[in-house]
Design a protein around this ligand. Structure first.
Ligand code: ADE
Length: 255
């Protein structure tokens, strides 16, 4: 049983722009810590939507405010990621089952990746939230994506038959864009599917406050030397459409 609103967080404006426009008519905006928190109703759910900006500190600060000031009882992070595992492609969706900070290393004092004095390296998402997101993503990709993302954008960005994967996401304060970094991360964290810059920070704060959370990422690149090339186009033509379509379906299914 949940009591507070659902927090919806993204790192980039495009990822929440359509949700904000949809919620705008009855919503109020509260400005706190250089961020706008949009409080309102969306598809029958009380929501607080906020742009966290990029990186782990930004995500952690925003998550803390959502919990303390806005009393959210669940949090969903939506955004983009780079694919790390073999066999996953641009346009696929990754829903995290667990998250780790790939750039956290206080060895030899603590094992690599372990959050010092917390005694753990990985944080699990809430099973019911991640299952609902993965289900919404699968349905939306199969039923609506071809009508929502223009055919020329799909072919130019190499999106053909996108799939949904559930697995580990690794976060760090780095945009990964070289084959060497990909090889090092694959070796260090072999079970990781995708890399991004916020999810594990949200995960740690939610763990510390006992707030259920989930993270959903659309793959904009495969973290190689070309990772940055199509990023702005992907953000404009694909990311906003995926995020809005999948979250609208996820919210409707809950009400
Ligand atoms: N977000 C999207 N692509 C990314 C990458 N290659 N590295 C880190 N964050 C990302």
């Amino acid at each position: 049983m949940t009591s507070g609103p659902l927090g919806i967080v993204a790192a980039l404006h495009e990822e929440i722009a359509d949700l904000l426009a949809e919620m705008a008519p009855g919503a109020r905006v509260e400005h706190l810590g250089m961020r706008d928190y949009h409080v309102g109703r969306l598809h029958g759910q009380d929501c607080v939507i906020v742009l966290a900006r990029i990186g782990k500190v930004a995500a952690a600060a925003t998550t803390t405010a959502l919990i303390h000031r806005f009393g959210v009882s669940e949090i969903v992070f939506t955004g983009l990621a780079g694919g790390l595992a073999h066999g996953i492609a641009v346009g696929d969706v990754v829903v995290a089952d667990t998250l780790v900070q790939h750039d956290l290393d206080a060895s030899p004092l603590f094992p690599r990746f372990e959050v010092p004095l917390l005694g753990r390296a990985t944080f699990d998402t809430e099973p019911s939230l991640r299952d609902a997101l993965a289900h919404a993503a699968r349905e939306w990709l199969a039923q609506e994506m071809p009508n929502r993302v223009a055919a020329d954008a799909r072919s130019e960005l190499g999106i053909s038959a996108p799939r949904v994967h559930v697995g580990q996401i690794a976060s760090g304060d780095q945009f990964i864009s070289s084959a060497g970094e990909v090889a090092r991360l694959r070796e260090a964290l072999p079970q990781t599917l995708a890399v991004e810059m916020e999810g594990a920070a949200v995960a740690q704060v939610c763990h510390e406050y006992g707030v259920p959370f989930a993270v959903m990422r659309t793959l904009s690149d495969v973290a190689d030397d070309a990772a940055h090339v199509d990023f702005p186009r992907f953000l404009r033509d694909v990311a906003s459409v995926y995020s809005h379509g999948i979250l609208a379906r996820f919210l409707s299914a809950r009400s």
